[in-house]
Design a protein around this ligand. Structure first.
Ligand SMILES: CC1=C(CCC(=O)O)c2cc3nc(cc4[nH]c(cc5[nH]c(cc1n2)c(C)c5CCC(=O)O)c(CCC(=O)O)c4C)C(CCC(=O)O)=C3C
Ligand SMILES: [Fe+2]
Length: 338
């Protein structure tokens, strides 16, 4: 099959103070996130002048990928401008008939995978005679993803004689994690893939012991989410006598707001209060290997290049026109009405 474009599909983030509230409303519409939580998160964005780094990081990554792939690259988001509906309309106007889609999330699960399929569905529904959109697979176990995190951990840990390695990813409701993956796999595809990527990176850096924890919990407090939280975990490590902690944000591809606030601000400040050494590993977006990774995923489709992966998980997430990977795969959770 031939493709005439690559669509870079991401989360989106505000680019000025007036964008913050409408962006947050887009993210949380119909999701039962309490207004108090929204007020709190609004302050995190205000702390950085209402600008999330995510759109600029995506634009820089796109420029790097354009050097390596022979397709025009378009940029569209789920929650903020450029909105994916508008981008797909522009692709159509430019004569694009079939495009690959790179989602900026490496994992399975509803928020990390299926919701990007829903974005593709929504965008195609908004554009008459829309291009065919084929989403690229999950890449949490790609050797370039693992190597770039492993190098980032080594760099972050360079000043410590001894340290505890802590991986962190975005928490999700336990119900969503239970529903992640096709039912016959037994659920928990998201947390199991996060654990597997962590294991691969820890093996690469030779860390015999490490932890996998969660961050950026949202939603109403009565709903259980994946735990422990990274800040609570830093406190627990202090009690165990750990002197230095290196946090690796394995769940993300770029240093966006959840990284620069929840890790570089909250977790770092807590570690400092407790007298602990703290360092945070860089995310792959700043590493030239990230563009190569994307180019390799594209080449799997354009030239039948080999599927490079380090885990036993089936290659998944490659979907056509927003249809789920498999029946009931990563079903959206029933959310409490609010
Ligand atoms: C698994 C996962 C990823 C990783 C996969 C991927 O990368 O896609 C991720 C990424 C991100 N999450 C982000 C921001 C937010 N996530 C929120 C809320 C939520 N995230 C969830 C999950 C995830 N989120 C969930 C289950 C919710 C509850 C609401 C719902 O059920 O959907 C909220 C609402 C406020 C709040 O935090 O309560 C915000 C502002 C940003 C952008 C940061 C920036 O602006 O730089 C990014 C990359
Ligand atoms: Fe999120």
């Amino acid at each position: 099959m031939s493709y005439d474009a690559l669509l870079w599909l991401s989360f989106g983030g505000p680019e000025g103070p007036d964008d913050v509230r409408p962006f947050l409303e887009n993210v949380t519409r119909g999701r039962g996130v309490p207004p108090e939580r929204l007020d709190e998160v609004e302050q995190h964005y205000r702390h950085f002048g209402g600008v999330s780094p995510i759109n600029a990081l995506n634009r820089a990554a796109i420029a790097a990928v354009e050097e390596l792939v022979d397709l025009p690259v378009y940029f569209g988001n789920r929650n903020w401008h450029p909105m994916v509906e508008d981008t797909v309309a522009r692709m159509k106007a430019d004569g694009v008939r079939r495009a690959l889609v790179f989602p900026t999330s490496a994992y399975g699960g509803y928020s990390a995978c299926r919701q990007y399929d829903e974005d593709v569905l929504r965008a195609r529904a908004a554009v008459p005679d829309a291009p065919e959109l084929v989403k690229l697979r999950q890449f949490f176990d790609h050797p370039l993803f693992v190597e770039s995190f492993a190098d980032a951990v080594r760099t972050a840990a360079a000043d410590f004689a001894d340290y505890r390695l802590v991986f962190t990813a975005h928490s999700v409701p336990l119900s969503a994690d239970r529903a992640a993956g096709p039912p016959e796999e037994g659920g928990h595809r998201y947390s199991r893939q996060v654990a597997e990527a962590s294991r691969l990176v820890a093996r690469e850096v030779g860390a015999a012991e490490y932890d996998v924890v969660w961050q950026s919990r949202s939603g109403p407090p009565e709903i259980p989410w994946l735990e422990p939280d990274v800040v609570d975990h830093v406190e627990a490590l202090r009690e165990w006598g750990v002197a230095n902690v290196v946090v690796c944000p394995i769940g993300f591809v770029s240093d966006h707001l959840e990284v620069v606030w929840d890790l570089d601000t909250e977790a770092r400040d807590r570690a400092a209060e407790l007298g602990m050494g703290f360092a945070r590993a860089a995310t792959p977006n700043g590493d030239p290997r990230f563009a190569r990774l994307v180019a390799e995923l594209v080449a799997e489709h354009l030239s039948g290049a080999p599927v490079r992966k380090l885990s036993e998980f089936p290659a998944a997430g490659c979907t056509v026109n927003g249809a789920p990977c498999a029946p009931l795969c990563c079903e959206p959770a029933k959310r409490p009405a609010r």
